[in-house]
Each structure stands twice: as C-alpha cells, then as structure tokens.
Design a protein around this ligand. Structure first.
Ligand code: 6R9
Length: 652
C-alpha cells in the first residue's frame, strides 16, 4: 500500500508566491515582530492559565473575579470559573467607561440607501430599551430568543439586549424557510421570536413576518413575537401574541444595568448544518467566547482607534456574531453594517460603500470575491479604494487566483490579506496571518493564533508531520471553544471528540508545509481517492479557476470501477457556449498545473454550483449528482434549490 493509500493526501498544487508585509504596516502593527508572536504563542500554551488570566483581566469587565482560569475535563471545559461578567457590558458600557461614549459604534446603510449612525452612548440606550422590553415580555435569564431579522442595527441591538439580561439568542439567517425556523424554535424551545415585517433584497421586499407566522404554527414553545417595522408592508399581526417593536421598545427607559452573569452562562446558540441529521445548536458561553472574539479581532484585524471596519457577513452566521458584534464592539471599533446585496442597484455597491465611508479594513468571503471577478473589473475601477489598509477572507479556502485579484484590484497591491480559518464551533479565528509580521502565501491561512494548538492526525490516530495532510484537530482547550451541542451532549461527544480521543476534530483536512504554514484542503468527507492517491478538492478547483475562462469550480469524486474514484468537475465559465474544445483545454490546463493524476474525467459546465446560504460550495450534493443519485441528507441550508434541478437535467 502506498503512503497516500494509508490515509495521507497528496499535495499537488505548488504555490510558491510569498508576500511579506510592508514595513510601514509593520511599524504601527498591534503585533509587530516575529518575537512578539512567538512569545505570545509560547506563553499561551506553556502558561495557559497565567496568560489567559492576564488577558481576561485586561480585556473584559468583571463584576466579580474568577477563580480557576480553566477547568478541563476533555471534552468539557469551563473558563474563568465563578467570575461574573456581561458581554453586553463589555460591548457597550465598558467603552463608555473608557471615554468612547461619543465614538461611532455602528454606521449602517440600508439597501435602499437610508443610513443611520449610532455612537456607543446611543447604542447603550437602544440596547437597554430592547432589554427592558424583553423583560416586560417575560423573558429572563436562560430563556431562548430566536432572532430572524434583516441586517439592521436592531439585529445587533437585539443580540446585545439578550446578552444584557442573560437570555440566550439563537439568530436564524433571514433567508431560511419557515420549516427551518420551526425546527430551530422547537429544538431550542424558544420562548420569543424577534423579526421584522420584511426585508429589502435586490430591490424587492421579502415578507419575513409571513414566513415567521408559518413557522409559529409549528413552534409551540413560542409565546411572543416582537416585530420591527422595517419595510412598512401590512404584516399580519396576531392579537395576544405579536407586538410591534415601536410599541414596546421605544417607551422603555434607556438605562437598564447589565446583569452580572456567571462566566459560563450560555450567551448564544447558533445552528449549523451537518452532512446528516438535523442542524446542531452550537453552544457558546459568555466570558471565554467574548474574550476570544475580542483578542482575535485585535490581533488579526490590527485594530486602531481611527479604523472604519467592515465585515460583510450577515449576523445570521458566526462571522457576524464574532466579527460584527462581539469582537469589534468589545474592542471599541467603528463598524460599517450593510443591509443588502452586493449587486444592488449595481455590481459596484460594495466599492461605493468603501469609498463613501472610507473603509480601512474589509472582511469578506471567497464566494463574494469570485462573483466580483466574474462581474468585471470596471465596477471596481470606478471607485477610490485608497482608504483600505487591510483585507480579510473567511468561509472557504480562497483560490490563489482569487487571492491575487483581491490583492491587486481591491488592495492596490498594498494591503495585507488575512485568510482566516475558523468555524462556528471555534467561536473565533484560529489560524490566520498576523498582518504586520506574517509573509503570506496565496491560499494558506498560515499559522495558528496564540492559544491554538493544531495537530494533523492520520486515520490510525497518529500525528502526521511534514507536507502530507491529514485530519485537522485541536489538542488543547481555548477560551472560545464550543461548550456543547444544545440539548445533545452525546452528539457533541460523537461529532467532535470520538474520532481522535481527547482532541477536537475540526472535520477539515489540512497539511503543514516546511515553513510551518497550514493549508486547509477541504472537508474530510470531500477528499477524492484516485487510484489510491488522495486529492484535495481545493487544489484541483484552484487549478481550474486559474484558467481565464473559469469563474468558479467545484470538484468531487464519483465511483469508478477502475480507479476507485474519478474526478468530476462542475465549472462555471465566463465565456458563452462552452463546449468540448474548452473541456479539452481545461483538462490540459489541470494536467499542466498539477499532473495527469488530477485531470478531471468529467467536466460539466454549469450556470452556477449549489451553495449554502452562507456561500460555501456544497460538494456533498454534487457528489450525489455526479454519481447519478438523488441528493440525500439535510438540504435545508441550500441557497437555491433550482440549481440542483438544473444540474441534474444537464447531467442526464
Ligand atoms: C467561519 C466559518 C467552517 C468551515 C471550516 C472550513 C471552511 C472557513 C476557511 C475555510 C479554508 C478558510 N472554512 N474558513 N476553509 N480556509 N479561511 O466559516 O464558520 O460556517 O462554521 O464553517 O468553513 O471547512 O471547517 P462555519
């Protein structure tokens, strides 16, 4: 048996470009020397308790001090045991205490172009009012509140209002169906739902409240529905259950003290889909999560007082939780929040926003970057993007060609790119370049942050060294780690801790190169095995995307009698009427870039590939299509069902 057949992955695509940080960036950076990083990294692991004690005392407000820093009985962790803090206090009041009351916390722009700014003082008033209203509606500590709202300031306000009184928020992305909302309401036994009459999307109005009404027919635990008027349609209101935000929130006093909460109080649950079974409610707690979001934000986004920071995610995802709300607000940042689509009214909306608000830090996703490339450079070139100093990427691996485009066209060649690898479960960033010191390689999330101890493990459970890949695990607890799966400890243990005992299984494959840089190779289940060689999907996809005619590619394996698996590539192209000639050319292109081994057996041209609602390519469904099977498993997170039907037709 060859090495690769024994569970290692053949690393095939050779990316050797290296981009060192510019000296002027390094000079002012939060982490400005390699020694400083090495020292933080060493201390966080060698003197874990001492390190995190210092961090927690300096970066969070404590109503009552904690005792033990970390109690760890794998897989259950407690951090800052017995201490009392409050995430809403840390995000709002603490900034006011430190003299930032008049600083702008949120600059918001709605899709129709309406705008609003809130200083930290103003944000506090809004959060207090909403928290007081929730109390009046019978919500208290430990109650679950589902939030199904457009990206308005009230979404962040509602999250912080829950945090203020110890209620647990469960944000549900406002693109999910009634069925998905009902599932989540039931699983969490939500008592109250916050929604709006509707939301603006690409110039249309979506009737959110109607969807919620449908969900509430199957959500017996929900007693109250709090409704924000956003679009002014005639949303149906049910007497005795539904109340308007402006009726119950606006009249409250703007001063409600934050509840001192135990460090391990559940702050929120956030549902993520698994490949099988119903979505899991990932549970995060107060102090550890809050500290992790804050410190990773400081380190990686190199935050300075005059930054205008924009994370383009939706608060319905973990990225919105940690890097629109908890991280940046605890750090006292000024955050831009945008409600709508990137291509409304035109494909330059993001760049118009960057220019208008002089955004300095932009954090977005590869799926967006690939769309911008497809839409054409002219939309970017219309705008002055010189305010930008730092760019971030999250959600999927970024193909090196997309990385180069981001670097050159958006970053003007001067902005470092932080490719941040992390998960809903990790609470915050785990591996990322530090923009002042890390020379970057397109496609690599580089190195672990202080406190993160990754291990690459083969199928026999042993650590794998060197360039060959394996399962990415984390072998030490960190403050932001998930504390469980809501209501299902067995699933928590089985999913994350049973495969490699005592280590957290991320579900991703990764390899580490000779510089100690990590390369995420995709989900473990996505690995393709061609004649005993295990290939990573992202490398074959990146080779395809580096061809001029290719906008996006998704690569999966399908059963093959001779090779075990054959490679099937779904390709979205920029040219009209692609045919056999281009197919041949793309095969040759991959052969040249990687080798004959990685040459796709099938190439299917597709108008689009199926993605999750957060923009990740859903290879699991493509595997079924490639094999000619019906798509199995949970499809509730699929963004557009019609894509599946089209692909099936094209394949037949
Ligand atoms: C934050 C977030 C987590 C999964 C993760 C991995 C993929 C995220 C990535 C990346 C390569 C990156 N992923 N960031 N893969 N490079 N920089 O996206 O959380 O929605 O839970 O997804 O996304 O596969 O395991 P979540």
């Amino acid at each position: 048996m060859s090495d690769s057949a024994a569970g290692q992955i053949d690393h095939v695509l050779d990316e050797t470009r290296l981009f060192p940080p510019a000296a002027e960036f390094t000079e002012k950076a939060v982490i400005s020397s390699q020694e400083q990083y090495e020292d933080l990294y060493r201390r966080a692991l060698e003197d874990r308790d001492g390190f995190w004690k210092e961090q927690a005392l300096e970066h969070l407000h404590w109503f009552e001090p904690f005792g033990d820093v970390c109690q760890w009985e794998a897989p259950h962790a407690k951090w800052f045991v017995g201490g009392k803090t409050n995430a809403s206090y840390n995000c709002v009041d603490r900034n006011i205490d430190q003299g930032r009351g008049d600083k702008v916390a949120i600059i918001w722009e709605g899709e129709p172009g309406d705008t609003r700014t809130l200083t930290y003082n103003e944000l506090k008033v809004e959060v207090c009012k909403c928290a007081a209203a929730l109390k009046e509606l019978g919500i208290g500590q430990g109650d679950v509140v589902s939030i199904y709202m457009p990206m308005t300031p009230e979404l962040a306000i509602a999250m912080l209002a829950c945090a203020r009184i110890g209620a647990i928020h469960s944000v549900i992305f406002a693109g999910f169906s009634a069925e998905s909302i009902a599932d989540r309401n039931q699983d969490a036994e939500a008592k109250l739902v916050i929604t709006s009459d509707g939301l603006h999307r690409r110039g249309k109005v979506l009737p959110l409240k109607k969807t919620v009404d449908e969900a509430l027919e199957k959500s017996p635990s929900v007693q109250t529905c709090l409704v924000l008027k956003r679009v002014g349609n005639d949303a149906p209101m049910t007497e005795g259950r539904d109340v308007w935000w402006h009726d119950v929130v606006d009249k409250q006093s703007g001063d409600l003290p934050a509840e001192p909460l135990d460090s391990e109080t559940t702050l929120f649950i956030l549902y993520t889909s698994g490949s099988t079974g119903k979505p899991k409610g990932i549970r995060h707690t107060t102090a550890g999560y809050n500290l992790w979001a804050k410190r990773t934000f400081d380190w990686v986004f190199d935050h300075r007082d005059d930054d205008i920071y924009w994370c383009t995610a939706d608060c319905g995802w973990i990225t919105g939780h940690s890097y629109i709300v908890y991280g940046p607000l605890t750090a006292g940042a000024t955050c831009l929040m945008y409600e709508g689509a990137p291509n409304f009214p035109a494909e330059d909306r993001f760049w118009e926003l960057v220019e208008k608000y002089k955004v300095t830090i932009l954090y977005t996703a590869p799926t967006a970057i690939r769309a911008f490339i497809k839409w054409g450079d002219e939309h970017v070139e219309k705008h002055d993007l010189s305010s930008l100093r730092l760019l971030g990427s999250v959600g999927e691996g970024i193909n090196p060609e997309a990385w180069m485009w981001y670097h050159e066209k958006i970053g003007g060649g001067r902005c470092p790119i932080v490719d941040t690898w992390w998960q809903t479960e990790t609470g915050g960033l785990m591996m990322s370049p530090l923009p002042g010191i890390t020379p970057t390689k397109p496609g690599s999330c580089t190195r672990p942050l202080p406190g993160v101890s990754p291990a690459i493990i083969d199928e026999s459970g042993s650590a794998v060294e060197g360039e060959n890949g394996g399962m990415l695990c984390i072998d030490q607890p960190w403050p932001g780690m998930l504390r469980g799966v809501w209501g299902d400890d067995e699933r928590f243990v089985d999913t994350y801790w049973a495969t490699v005992p005592g280590k957290y299984l991320t579900g991703d494959n990764a390899r580490r190169d000779s510089d100690g840089y990590y390369w995420i190779m995709g989900r473990i289940d996505d690995v393709i095995n061609v004649s005993g060689h295990r290939l990573s999907t992202i490398e074959v996809e990146s080779a395809l995307v580096s061809h001029d005619a290719v906008a996006e590619a998704a690569v999966v394996g399908r059963p093959d009698d001779i090779k075990g698996q054959a490679i099937c590539a779904f390709v979205t192209v920029t040219t009209a009427d692609p045919g056999d000639e281009l197919r041949q050319e793309l095969r040759q292109h991959v052969r040249k870039q990687i080798g004959a081994l990685a040459q796709p057996d099938d190439i299917r041209f597709a108008a689009s590939v199926p993605k999750t609602r957060s923009g990740k390519i859903m290879r699991r469904l493509l595997r079924d299509i490639a094999a000619g099977r019906e798509a199995a498993g949970d499809t509730s997170t699929l963004e557009d069902y019609s894509v599946l039907a089209k692909l099936r037709e094209e394949g037949s």
